[in-house]
Design a protein around this ligand. Sequence first.
Ligand code: FAD
Length: 383
Amino acid sequence: MNPEHEEIAVVGAGLAGCLLACFLARRGYRVALYERRPDPRTGRVERGRSINLALSERGLDALRRIGLAEQVLADALPMRGRMIHPVVGEPAFQSYSATGDRAINSISRGALNNALLTAATALPGVRVAFDHRLVGLDPATGEMTFETPQGKTTAAAPVVLGADGAGSAVRGQLLAYGVLQESLDFLDYGYKELTVPPVGGEFALDPAALHIWPRGTSMMIALPNPDRSFTCTLFWPTHGTASFASLTSPAAIERHFATHYPDLLPLAPNLVDDYQHNPVGVLGTVRCTPWQAGGRVGLLGDAAHAIVPFYGQGANCAFEDVVALDHCLDECADDWAAALPLFQARRQGDAEAIARMALANFVEMRDKVASPVFQARRRLDHA
Ligand code: FAD
């Protein structure tokens, strides 16, 4: 394909879609980014929906390639280890490295998305159509149908790339046309976000750590934000006697946190309001194959392989996908019919590996990190 003459469609202006637009524009393509939401730079953040995330080397590598790593890291908070909060006693710090100099970075998801969007739209040939929700796609012709506030509209592209997240409509269309198979494995756990605001203008907890409250059947984590607050994420079963649904009154919520998270309770003055009004998010693993149809439609990021968040690698992995696809286009001289199957062959095994590791890390984070045997082993590893 001659990059100069063709406009590629990227569905989803999230983390992967915006980064992908940057990489494609660098190759000389014109890119139309279709996003179901309004421009996030002018709107409000959705309440209780993963405000921050941990960015590690895999993701940073992709950002460096488009010259955005420094800007993103300027507002990042490096977390050099885990701080484990027991029910009784003092929190214990576990460094991520023996030397203490290695860190993962807590960053604002919204700020990262906005930075990528601004970088993409600054490049020649990239345009964004906000308020465009993909509802139809013919994989044979690349004809797309969108719902917009003005009604339905259509567009066509020689190549359509689905970067539209775990509930991907592009994947759904490939499924509906019988050219893809998928499996969705939902955990019986959900997540709810809670906030620890600053105290006297300062962080209420150590900002250089990822905080974990391992409680066996439940777990809470907290990551620092640049405004000196922490966003806590509580993972708990969605049904049953000990579950999100089991705390039905303010008194029950406070009693539960006083019993299981006693050091958090005084730091979370809006706990009851957060608990009652923030949604419970679902957690699951998406597997599908193939990740492309006819060399014309492709999937990447969560659309191809959403994973549970316990390794903090979903976005990092989506960024790595973009770099891998760029390499495949190099190797295939921009022949999409060759590059898309090569991309799947290169990435599917890695995606499956991280999906399994993410599930295994849930057990480690909610249970093993608190065990004396685990802590002794770590001390030996670092000795
Ligand atoms: P998304 O970020 O979901 O973006 C998809 C985009 O497509 C969105 O803008 C959406 O509006 C748009 N869209 C959807 N449907 C349509 C449609 N029909 N038409 C047009 N547009 C559409 N990852 C990490 O690396 N580190 C972490 O610490 C981390 N923590 C997490 C914590 C939680 C609680 C959760 C749930 C996830 C976490 N993740 C983390 C995973 C990470 O959020 C995802 O892997 C990442 O957002 C995937 O990026 P994406 O661009 O593929 O999809």
